[in-house]
Design a protein around this ligand. Structure first.
Ligand SMILES: NC(=O)c1ccc[n+]([C@@H]2O[C@H](COP(=O)([O-])OP(=O)(O)OC[C@H]3O[C@@H](n4cnc5c(N)ncnc54)[C@H](OP(=O)(O)O)[C@@H]3O)[C@@H](O)[C@H]2O)c1
Length: 371
């Protein structure tokens, strides 16, 4: 493994070298981010548990054959390496963000920056709770740097610009994603199981309340004429929509939640069963190994949607249109990472639009359609 030298610079930056570490560089998001950042000339270092798989994935992503990799097989061991080597930015795509994000983000401080694609309430709130620590450390921590969070948060931010605090906000996320052949993967399997065990959430009178997973089913018709169903979910989008708008009443739906009446009726039971730790481990393991066939994305576009209502009855609605949801996620993470590597970004812990503005969504390839 090549040693790196420290570079001079200002305050926190002086402690870091010029490397961007991609934790989980063999995974779907990690490969996409590695390829984008390598193409933009950043010094990218894959981090993960298999040197061979990382070298193979790195070569495919355009890294040189003798590229440095860091071999470590748990968030704690990766954190030790971060503390020793001081990369400028760490991108966490290893999943299980509620557990891994605080460990890796803390290791980046002081001075180093951190990015992940967390999209569940516990992980997003947990990372945002490091805000004061990050401000003191001169580090920028960004959670939810993907379709999930940015595609809806950015629309809410645009609709609220220059207007008073709204009364009610609803956000809907409908990702359209091409499926790669292979196993579903443990990271995605864990996210699916977490959605089922967490159940639903909503903000009422400014307080985060438990609600039913699959509540508020919606039939959405998109600006391009296509349509899809979505239903209530506990997600990072909910937390971000509340934070960016300040609205006391906020709900979030996703097309990933089944809307068929029978399945919706069974969701609480699945959730209770999967809360048993042994059953959860079994479900994540089995689901992660499920072979999936390659399939094109079901709709041409992915859509983020927000409806914002004010106390006087005013109502505004807007959309963010993107292409493949996974590609958009890799574009968002790569764009955020490049900005943080260049020193753009205020110290603190943020969701993407809060850190870098709603136009980040267009920089990552999205298009706003606002009324
Ligand atoms: N916010 C959003 O819109 C959004 C969009 C897409 C994905 N996501 C989330 O992002 C995460 C990544 O998704 P993905 O599809 O890229 O998952 P994936 O293909 O399963 O990749 C996971 C990566 O993490 C690595 N990894 C797992 N456990 C590890 C450990 N203990 N030590 C070191 N490395 C480890 C894997 O390495 P190996 O090669 O060793 O297995 C792999 O490189 C998931 O949690 C997913 O839910 C969010």
């Amino acid at each position: 493994m090549t040693e790196t030298s420290e570079t001079g610079g200002t305050t926190g930056e002086s402690r870091t070298n010029d490397e961007v570490w991609i934790v989980g560089a063999t995974g779907r998001v990690g490969r996409g981010v590695t390829a984008r950042l390598a193409a933009r000339g950043l010094k990218v270092v894959p981090v993960g548990r298999s040197r061979e798989r990382m070298l193979a994935a790195g070569a495919e992503a355009g890294l040189p054959g003798d590229a440095k990799v860091v071999v470590a097989d748990s968030a704690e061991r990766i954190a030790d390496e971060i503390v020793r080597k001081r990369p400028r930015v760490v991108v966490n795509t290893m999943g299980a963000f509620a557990a891994t994000a605080p460990v890796l983000a803390r290791a980046c401080m002081p001075g180093g920056h951190y990015v992940d694609q967390a999209n569940d309430v516990v992980a997003v709130e947990g990372l945002l709770a490091l805000h004061e620590e990050a401000v003191r450390a001169g580090s920028t921590l960004v959670t939810g740097a993907g379709f999930g969070v940015l595609a809806t948060e950015a629309v809410v931010a645009k609709l609220c610009e220059g207007r008073p605090t709204p009364h009610r906000v609803r956000v809907d996320a409908v990702a359209s994603v091409a499926v790669e052949a292979g196993a579903l993967g443990a990271a995605l399997a864990a996210s699916v199981v977490d959605v089922l065990t967490t159940g639903g959430r909503r903000y009422e009178n400014g307080r985060l309340m438990t609600s039913r997973l699959g509540a508020d089913p919606q039939q959405l018709t998109f600006p391009d004429g296509e349509s899809a169903k979505s239903a209530g979910v506990s997600s990072g989008e909910l937390v971000a929509a509340h934070a960016v708008s300040g609205a006391p009443f906020v709900t979030a739906t996703s097309a990933l939640v089944p809307t068929a009446p029978l399945i919706r009726a069974l969701l609480p039971l699945f959730g209770r069963l999967l809360s048993v730790p042994a059953l959860r481990r079994l479900a994540v393991d089995r689901l992660g190994r499920v072979p999936v066939k390659a399939a094109p994305r079901p709709r041409e576009h992915s859509w983020g949607h927000a409806v914002v209502e004010w106390g006087d009855g005013t109502r505004h609605e807007g959309w963010l249109r993107a292409a493949d949801g996974m590609d958009f996620t890799a574009d968002v993470t790569a764009t955020v990472t490049e900005l943080l590597a260049r020193g753009v970004g205020r110290p603190g812990a943020w969701t993407p639009a809060a850190a870098l503005g709603a136009d980040l969504a267009t920089a990552a390839g999205g298009t706003f359609i606002l009324d």
